[in-house]
Design a protein around this ligand. Structure first.
Ligand code: PEP
Ligand code: MN
Length: 360
């Protein structure tokens, strides 16, 4: 899929504000709840109102959404507040109903994006629609699968496409419900700079105290919009209670976020950044030449091991290097996590080179 300029044009043309803000409850619960939240968001930066009508729950027996009746409530929201309305669709029946009720933004959830069959069914049902279609990342950190979902939608003659980054699940516990893995969204953005990119900090965080920082990180990384779960009584929400914020808090968050410019034309800025960038270029060249020299030494060691029939991996020596580098790295302001990643990569490359020598 090449980068298509028309990807972005819908966002620019529709004048939805920067960032585009989509807010509303995880789930539509009652007509009263849906309308109450919508009215509290009416005169804010929010452009579109979200509410899940059909909820993909991990375990059966949990609240699975109010179903089609909730679409009437969303239509009421649009009529009474002028907000666009958004909901998740997970099969062709959902799509038909959402289109019938004039839903403006239909999104494909993370559990659907993992399934090419489901995405294709949704794409076929949406064929040629002029509604906005947003594709959430799959639950697993697989950029190709995410791109595949976007391609299926694009191939269905849908022009108003965007993506939602909602984090990736992992077996290891972290402070996030779904790890942000920002590098995946950044890679997507590098390949498709014209594809509108929205962050869903609510499902990344899983808890409301992390929403602000995640939203700021997204804006710092050039995201075009935010989707934030908002509920009038978060603690008693029927789904995702821990991560929802009140409309009042959402308005505060939007007020406090620093909206970054894509770039600046200010002369002093341009001069300074060019200077700093050339310093980075020099540092990068030095890094490459140092890494190259290190690898030459590693290869000589490989030859020596080969001549003396010694194993490649020397655990004791390797652990000593790592321990020392973590300590020294700290003095240079480099985190342990970073040092581990960098030196593991370097070590792996040395092993690969030495293997070639030993297997000659
Ligand atoms: C949601 O937006 O409520 C939702 C179910 O999200 P996700 O598909 O990202 O889990
Ligand atoms: Mn939710």
């Amino acid at each position: 899929m090449e980068n298509k300029k028309e990807f972005r044009s819908w966002l620019d043309k529709m004048n939805l504000g920067h960032p585009l803000v989509i807010a509303g409850p995880c789930s539509a619960e009652t007509e009263e709840q849906v309308l109450k939240i919508a009215h509290e968001l009416k005169d804010s930066d929010v452009s579109a109102y979200r509410a899940g009508i059909w909820k993909p729950r991990t375990r059966p027996g949990m609240f699975e959404g109010v179903g089609a009746i909730g679409l009437n409530w969303l239509e009421k929201v649009k009529k009474e507040t002028g907000l666009m309305i958004a909901t998740e669709v997970a099969n062709s029946v959902h799509v038909d109903l959402a289109l019938k009720h004039d839903v403006d933004i239909l999104w494909i959830g993370a559990r659907s994006t993992v399934s090419p069959f489901i995405v294709q069914e949704i794409a076929d049902a949406l064929k040629g629609t002029d509604k906005i279609v947003l594709v959430k990342n799959p639950v697993n950190p697989d950029l190709a699968l995410w791109l595949g979902g976007i391609e299926r939608i694009y191939s269905s003659d849908i022009n108003k496409i965007g993506v939602i980054h909602r984090g990736f699940s992992s077996y290891d516990k972290s402070k996030y419900r779904n790890n942000p893995e920002w590098q995946i969204a950044v890679e997507l953005q590098n390949n498709f700079p014209d594809l509108p990119l929205i962050c869903d900090p609510s499902h990344i965080a899983g808890r409301r105290d992390l929403i602000f920082d995640l939203s700021q990180s997204a804006l710092d990384l050039n995201f075009d919009g935010l989707m934030i779960e908002t509920h009038c009584d978060p603690d008693n929400a029927w789904s995702d209670a821990a991560q929802q914020v009140t409309p009042k808090r959402l308005i505060e968050i939007m007020k406090d976020l620093k909206i970054r410019e894509k770039t600046s034309e200010v002369e002093a800025y341009i001069k300074k950044i060019n200077n700093l960038r050339s310093q980075i270029d020099v540092a990068d060249q030095n890094l490459l030449s140092t890494l190259g020299k290190r690898m030459e030494v590693a290869k000589e060691i490989g030859q020596l091991k080969s001549d003396n029939n010694v194993a490649i991996l020397q655990n004791k020596r390797w652990n000593e290097i790592l321990g020392k580098m973590i300590l020294d790295g700290e003095e240079h302001g480099l985190s342990e996590e970073f040092i581990l990643r960098v030196f593991k990569a370097i070590h792996q490359e040395s092993i690969n080179n030495q293997k070639k020598i030993l297997n000659k």
